[in-house]
Design a protein around this ligand. Sequence first.
Ligand code: ZN
Ligand code: ZN
Ligand code: FE
Length: 757
Amino acid sequence: MQGLSVRVRGIVQGVGFRPFVYQLAERYQLNGWVRNTNTQVEIEVEGGDQALTDFLQSLRDRAPPLARIDEIVSERRPASGFTSFEIIESQLDAGWQSIPPDTATCDACLDELLDPDERRYRYAFTNCTHCGPRFTIIDSLPYDRDRTTMRCFPMCEDCRREYENPRDRRFHAQPIACPACGPKLWLQMPDAELARGDPIEACASLLEDGSIVAVKGLGGYQLACDATNQEAVARLRARKRRWGKPFALMVPDLEWVERLCEVTAVESEALRSRERPIVLLKQRAGSSLAADVAPGLDTLGLMLPYTPLHHLLLDRFAGPLVMTSGNLSEEPIAIGNREAVERLSDIADAFLFHDRDIYARYDDSVVRVLGDTVVPIRRARSYAPAPIDLPFTAVRDILACGAQQKNTFCLVKESKAVLSQHIGELENLETLLHFESSLETFKRLFRIEPRIIAHDMHPDYLSTRFAHDYPDPSAMRVVVQHHHAHVVSAMAEHGIAEPVIGVAYDGTGYGTDGAVWGGEILVADWKSFKRIGHLRYAPMLGGEAAIRRPYRMAAGYVWSLCAASEAEFEPFIATLPVGERIILRRQLEARLNTPVTSSCGRLFDAAAALLGVCREALYEGQAAVELEALADPQVEDMYPFDLLRDADGWVVDPAATLRALWCDFRAGRPISTVAAAFHNTVAAFTLAVCREARDEHGLNRVVLSGGCFQNALLIRRLLDGLQAAGFEVFTHRLVPPNDGGLSLGQAVVAYALTAEG
Ligand code: ZN
Ligand code: ZN
Ligand code: FE
């Protein structure tokens, strides 16, 4: 007989790790105990030499599905004579704790849900240790039923037995519930009466009849309607005041996905993953979907059911449903029942309610396969707040407040970073309150007291103002330039600390010279950066308004960078509203309300507007996504550009590009060819600057970040070009390339600038 002490670190709480250890001990006939602390699982076992070896091996190889093992430390010791194996009481300390995010219904629970002989047959709140709600229902840690919104549902005898049985799949499953003791579902009909009979049945009937139903989901309300009913989809758009921006769909199964979209193996895996995100897929032509689902796009955002409620609803409805966040455009998703009635009554015809409270708001996550990597575009439900490993250990806790758009914040404690779920556009009071309450929750959950506060350089971002006003004046403030943060965010994901060539292409970011940056090539490490290349400045006619009116960007380019060939663009200029044209021209000449920008997103805007693709944008980035949708990936043509040199570095002048694009378009070349050639040109000038940077600075690693890198065609072309030229290229895979990933970079820069020694 020998003894073995084992410590397991990682995501090992709330995942069924202790019963797993219990069952292993039983199998190998070992005695001893297992217990949780908040940072690790501790195990003491005794038995034969081979049994202990096998035990240790199985611990690693057969861990429960939601566990993430970062480290197993074990030590042999003499046996001390245990006579049984027990799960003993948890011991809590002050360290880092993490549990897994909310997880899609597992196969075992799904089987029970659909089996008439099971006591949870058709029970919409079925879950187990391997699946179900987590962070959406937790108000503090350690993870315990009393600290979740399940606290008001006392367990029945049957559930209690399962909960206490280490051989049961529901051993210590905190949200355990059944029809006898758990939450209930009901449907409030359009006449405010309660539906009789089965609420799922009644809900599906309403949807079939073209109604809009607010469905209480996992992280908030979703608005559902029949995706093949044009009238219903149009009504949802009008009531939600959401124009243009595509709606996500939920479909019953993979067969439906394939009917609507082209799906690669990687995409199919992402769809079926336990995170069950919305996956952006290439749409098949000629589907039966309503035209208003994703106007002007060749992609669709699809997801599969991820809660028992969704499974039941989609099983019965048997077709694609629009499933969009329950909110007015740009407001946070609604979570409370009363709140839903207040905020959604003008949108929804009926409400599918239940009485399990949602503690924290989590939107559905969105991913896209770029290159061959699954890249988060919106990181929320089931992804946040899974910790990200950092290549350093911070002595002081850090808060990074993120950007204005697609805001997330980031907290750093020791060697982990947690990013909040997608908070949204910090431009209204509701979103700011969402930011503040989420931050309070995270600080409490992870026991973080930030001593260092990082924020963007933009003085008017609400996140910047929040950092200034943070109630602890002794906490150190660190300002981080937007594109530096983008680049470092991607570096940190890959554990890179040495200087790299960082390409940061996005819509908008405050530059050190006060201009609007966004087409930046930097040489950067964590502490500092040098801007070695950028797009030549172009005027934003009328300031911010130019973002919503891409034709203003086009006019700005024509009148400044392309002024020498202005006459050729006359037919375009003639399309501008006359009054506006005269005012803008005057403003430009007087340099009034006309900031300059090097933004790559704005260059896409200009190109799209010249081609008549998107003259006015109804949502952020619309021009670029529509241009990408039109581009034919087979086309390899490209347009000329000029590489100029100024005091700091390389300046890309796209005047020749826009002129060639315009001439091609006027000559009647297919827009698919012109749009592709434009993409190819952006990749080409980026590659050209990277080559110069390599020669000058001896760097071979290129990091790509910023919202423009949600563009699959641009990424493909740039990866191909850079790799063929021998560069090592790094892209995002854990956090979004858009501003949703910015806070991670801010936190790492702040760490580097404040770390001693
Ligand atoms: Zn389950
Ligand atoms: Zn029960
Ligand atoms: Fe950005």
